[in-house]
Write a protein that binds this ligand. Sequence first.
Ligand code: GLP
Length: 242
Amino acid sequence: MKLIRVTDYEEMSRKAAEIIAEQVKEKPESCLGLATGETPVGTYRELVHYRNEGKISFERVHTVNLDEYCGLSADDRQSYRYYMKTNFFDAIGIDPARTFLPDGMNTDVEAECSRYDRVIEGLGGIDLQLLGIGRNGHIGFNEPASYFSKGTHCVTLTESTIEANKRYFASAEEVPRKAYTMGIGTIMAAKKILLLASGREKADAVRASLQGEVTPEMPASILQFHRDAVLIADEEACSKLN
Ligand code: GLP
């Protein structure tokens, strides 16, 4: 995994947006794998600027998101569909029919997982996958585990993730306990991967993922085995690197 060290969140966001814009210019019909969380908000903002200045168009791209909470509908303000709509999709004017997320309201887990895998397959796989990293090294909602998952599956969130994500909810009790997530196998099949990390609370996960042993206990460490994975991390996130 190649490391691009930047000073702060703003520089990380600008650099990430440049790389994504480059991808879309080179291949306007790209399939972009997208992420949620606080980390990519600045990247989306930069991309919206590019689009408003006429530098790129997202008209022909398709997007597939990493994950969605179980039990939250598309118009629930805490759902990742809602996040994508308000942070990116509406602002770039993309046809919602070209955007895909797991359906958190589908209680038929098996059907939903295979539907989502077929969606990604039908789009010809992911050209560029954007990723954030959880404090425990999770990517998407692939939590530390004893094996690397393959395709879309339903996970039980760890206490550490519930704790980290409760800031978006009225209380920790309201954080859904389960989520659908793209599998590690699907993420690894993306042609290019862009992992973003900002802030001191990501420093342990960054060190372990970049310099530690490759293990499903630290899901992002698998990215060391990807042919074209780039980590853009700011000074605070890099503060524990050897
Ligand atoms: C959530 C998401 C991840 C994201 C992570 C980090 O759990 N499912 O995709 O990378 O949080 O979020 P943040 O960027 O807010 O630190």
